[in-house]
Design a protein around this ligand. Structure first.
Ligand code: ZN
Length: 575
């Protein structure tokens, strides 16, 4: 009997073994197909821990197969079906576990969630593509009266316009732009859109004239400006909210040749806020500034080309004076930011018989201790400053000029009398702004000795410099740097010249001896703008290209303007 059973058993095993394993194969192949054709790609696409999941799948698969195979030799059909069932359950748990974890992961967008219901997946994808075509409203826009602009119904032209108007601002925020410009001028008759990022214009996608005019009108209406008046210059401050982020957006619109022009300023007063330590002054320069602040008498010129940080420097130096123990005042054309404790006087050009110089004279006669004058619109203003009793008062005069010597020339000429101009002059600063390299993507390189020689840098000491990158490698594939949006630079820093003037320097100004003055400044061991700029390039803060862009003669920081050949800079020395 025992023998028979054995034979029967073996026979039975062979009899069933042909279809039983095949039956086991069917769910296994299906499971394996889902893993390799769908799950693994899904994990790779959304950067989920792919290796870990492959180990889990492999373990689950092996376990399932082992459970299925173990059940085969056990006598009785029930054992086999139980084994098959257990195998399917194990594989189903594995599939469900991945789906559950992946669907919870925020890297996986909703429409790519794993679902059994294919109809829902398709519906979700369709909805997404429709939304993408139509755009969506992401911002809360508030007019000058703080009331929110209602969002129009989707599928209306107003909705599409709102999306287009928002997209300009969203792009600007993404690029960290401080200004958006829109004006006619594209070759095909369209409107040029440009974003000002760290003082340099970056081109945006141009707009068709009809669309651009609608967008400008939209922003004017948000600012409660007169939309029908397309010529006059109008401006308004509106508020833009994106989640918890809040921005002031100053809309400035006016007529332009062939259409309208709009400038949008993002958080304008933030641009002039800087701590003294963040200006970019060298330690020795900071010491000179502090000494000048202590002195509290005479005139100090603060020079820079337009848009090169003059107002920021004026404000920062004024803040170094104690506005609570001394009388600090300003004279300004337009308010840029409010200064705590400082009395700010704004010039109103429309006022009857008003001249800027008259306002300056009025303020200086009030016996202030510190006055910051933000503009030098005419010679009369300089004459009023030179005539004031500056032995009891410090006057900072913000002036357009490429460097310290040029600023002194402008000042002397405006005053009209070198003796008067020299007598009151105690100091001069000049500055420009360089963009800082993005540390995330800057590229080190070995500079050619020729280039270093041309720049006046010691070739034997400088082994590497940095240049802008703009791209980073992600999984060995170059992608736009997410930190600087591919620009290669992020943020700006001042490069300064700071000189104090004593008796010998003043007599040279009086004599109009500029080369003598230059030699005197050199003796003080205070670096020039170009020397400071190159030092920052050597330190990897900025690039040689950026130094040349900013310091080239007459560049004036003209964004995107033609670059003239840079003048040969003086040697930096062994510093
Ligand atoms: Zn970068």
């Amino acid at each position: 009997m025992g023998t028979d059973i054995t034979v029967l058993g073996v026979q039975g095993y062979f009899l069933v073994s042909f279809w039983k394993p095949i039956l086991l194969m069917i769910p296994f192949v299906g499971w394996a197909w889902v893993i390799s054709a769908y799950y693994d790609k899904h994990a790779a696409r959304f950067f989920l821990p792919r290796q870990m999941w492959n180990v889990i799948h492999l373990t689950a698969g092996l376990l399932a197969v082992v459970v299925g195979l173990i059940a085969i030799p056990i006598a009785g059909e029930g054992a086999f079906w139980a084994g098959l069932g257990a195998m399917i359950v194990i594989m189903a748990i594995d599939l469900a576990a991945y789906a559950y974890v992946a669907n919870k992961d925020e890297r996986v967008p909703e429409e790519f969630h794993i679902r059994l219901d294919m109809e829902r997946i398709r519906a979700a994808r369709e909805a997404k593509s429709v939304a993408k075509k139509q755009g969506k409203v992401e911002l809360v826009l508030k007019g000058p009266d703080k009331s929110a602009v209602p969002v129009p119904n989707a599928d209306t032209p107003e909705f599409a316009l709102r999306v287009a108007a928002e997209s300009l601002v969203l792009k600007a925020l993404e690029m960290r732009a401080t200004q958006i410009d829109m004006a006619p001028g594209s070759k095909d008759g369209g409107y040029i859109v440009a974003y000002l990022v760290d003082g340099v214009r970056q081109a945006g996608a141009p707009l068709a004239p009809a669309d651009a005019v609608k967008v400008i009108d939209f922003w004017k209406s948000v600012g409660k400006l007169d939309v029908t008046d397309r010529r006059r210059r109008q401006s308004a401050d509106v508020t833009i909210e994106r989640g918890t982020d809040k921005h002031k957006f100053r809309v400035v619109a006016s007529g332009a040749t062939g259409g309208m022009r709009m400038t949008g300023l993002i958080d304008p007063e933030k641009q002039v806020k800087r701590k003294a330590a963040e200006l970019g002054l060298l330690e020795s320069q900071m010491a000179e500034i502090k000494a000048l602040v202590e002195e509290r008498q005479g005139v100090v010129l603060l020079a820079a080309p337009p848009d090169m940080g003059r107002t920021t420097t004026l404000y920062t130096i004024l803040k170094m004076h104690d506005a609570y123990t001394s009388n600090v005042q300003t004279v300004e054309m337009e308010p840029q930011d409010s200064l705590e404790g400082v009395r700010q006087n704004f010039f109103e050009s429309k006022a009857e018989g008003g001249e800027y110089s008259t306002l300056v004279r009025t303020i200086l006669r009030r016996d202030p201790q510190v006055v910051g004058i933000a503009d030098l619109p005419d010679e009369q203003t300089a004459k009023e400053v030179a005539r004031a009793e500056v032995d009891r008062c410090r006057v900072y005069l913000s002036i357009k000029g490429d460097n310290a010597l040029a600023a002194i020339q402008v000042w002397t000429k405006a005053v009209g009398d070198p003796e008067v101009a020299a007598k009151v002059l105690h100091g001069v600063t000049a500055q420009r702004l360089v963009r800082k390299l993005c540390i995330n993507c800057r590229q080190a390189y070995q500079p050619a000795p020729d280039m270093l020689k041309k720049l006046g840098l010691p070739a034997d000491k400088i082994k590497q410099l940095f240049k802008k990158g703009g791209q980073v490698l992600i999984k060995n594939k170059p992608e736009v740097c997410p930190v600087c949006n591919g620009i290669g630079y992020i943020g700006q820093e001042g490069i300064f010249e700071v000189y104090t003037l004593g008796v010998p320097e003043r007599s040279l100004v009086k004599a109009g001896n500029l080369s003598g003055l230059r030699a005197e400044f050199r003796k003080k061991n205070q670096p020039t703008i170009q020397q400071v700029a190159l030092r920052k390039a050597v330190e990897g803060i900025t690039s040689v290209e950026e130094v040349l862009r900013v310091t080239s003669e007459g560049s004036g920081g003209a964004p995107g303007g033609e670059r003239k050949a840079p003048p040969a800079p003086a040697p930096v020395g062994s510093a």
